[in-house]
Write a protein that binds this ligand. Structure first.
Ligand SMILES: Nc1ncnc2c1ncn2[C@@H]1O[C@H](COP(=O)(O)OP(=O)(O)OP(=O)(O)O)[C@@H](O)[C@H]1O
Ligand SMILES: O=P(O)(O)OC[C@@]1(O)O[C@H](CO)[C@@H](O)[C@@H]1O
Length: 306
């Protein structure tokens, strides 16, 4: 079973405006509300690609209820812990030629709620996959991901972590199966700006030396690089297309990678499906459907067990 955890999920209010003028009333040309949060996006794409998962995390208020209902409509199983106060954040995604995002802080996650999550996670079994993705509200300690992995270590659970800075660095010693920083996040972790592919490989290797098994570095329109636990390095350019909204491309890549790996057991195929799935999302207004993903493939879908 695959479980995704989103500590700070959201409703994503995605709008198009011809031109964004600060200080003025701006009118949209298109708008929609989607279920958001990195782990939730992974669950949606997994569902689109035929894998069931359970979306965990914390929700609050009427926005939280709406989020849960929407995820169910997208075919996702959910078991969120309800918070007593506040409301699930609404993140605003503005497409005006370039993309601008305004992400909310999110509600306070109480001690009881955190405890309830640990109890849920205690039900995980050997070979289950646990995806921890996204930021945490600033009311939580920055070692919360670490505490989860420490709690679950030694049980044969495969960890996937898509997070930045300390959240990610602190879990490496628990040997996550997959981590997926983008090139900017990778540089930030070491206080450097990475310009070349060779530099990206050098720093991705450092994350492996610190414990990660497979390191997938996404580079938006420049594609991605995968360093596998077998010591192989794969590089890929993305397929060509028109970018409509790249929010969730990284989450789609994680879900595509997992699907490819679960279906074929091969890292190269997992990597290719991850790249194509990320791009398929970037070329849509929201997360890609299976049809969008298949349409971008040069290989036949059966190659990936789709
Ligand atoms: N402009 C683009 N053109 C083609 N493919 C893209 C583009 N942007 C993203 N992708 C695809 O999606 C993958 C992940 O994108 P990106 O590096 O932007 O992830 P991310 O920074 O984690 O994104 P997010 O946090 O918004 O989910 C890329 O490796 C690529 O395959
Ligand atoms: O604030 P975080 O947790 O870092 O990111 C949240 C978020 O931007 O990530 C997803 C895209 O990856 C969106 O659905 C969501 O709004």
């Amino acid at each position: 079973m695959i479980y995704t955890v989103t500590f700070n999920p959201s409703l994503d209010y995605v709008i198009q405006v011809d031109k964004l003028v600060p200080g003025e009333i701006n009118r949209t040309t298109h708008e929609a509300v989607y279920p958001g949060g990195k782990g939730n996006n992974v669950s949606v794409i997994l569902s689109n690609l035929g894998h069931s998962s359970k979306a965990l995390g914390f929700t609050a208020g009427f926005t939280g209820e709406a989020l849960e209902n929407m995820l169910k409509e997208f075919g996702c199983d959910t078991a969120f812990i309800r918070l007593p106060e506040g409301s699930t954040r609404i993140n605003v995604k503005i497409n005006a030629g370039e993309e601008t995002e305004i992400n909310g802080q999110g509600p306070v996650i109480t001690e009881e709620a955190q405890q309830a999550l640990f109890e849920q996670l205690d039900a995980l079994k050997k070979e289950d996959i646990l995806v921890l993705a996204g930021s945490i509200p600033n009311t939580l300690p920055s070692d919360i991901y670490e505490r989860i992995l420490e709690h679950l270590q030694g049980r044969g659970i495969h960890f996937v972590v898509d997070a930045t800075k300390e959240l990610l660095l602190k879990v490496l010693k628990y040997h996550p199966f997959l981590i997926k920083p983008n090139n900017h996040e990778l540089g930030e972790m070491f206080g450097v700006t990475l310009k070349t592919r060779d530099e990206i490989v050098t720093y991705a290797k450092k994350l492996q030396e610190m414990g990660a098994k497979n390191v997938l570095v996404s580079m938006a329109g420049d594609g991605a690089i995968l360093l596998t636990e077998d010591g192989i390095i794969y590089k890929a350019k993305p397929p060509k297309g028109k970018v409509l909204n790249s929010v969730g491309a990284g989450d789609s890549m994680v879900a595509g990678f997992l699907t490819g790996y679960l279906n074929t057991g091969e890292y190269e195929k997992a990597f290719r499906l991850g790249v194509v799935t990320g791009s398929a999302t970037a070329f849509q207004y929201w997360l890609a459907t299976k049809e969008d993903i298949v349409a971008l493939m040069e290989d036949k879908p059966e190659t990936y067990g789709l």
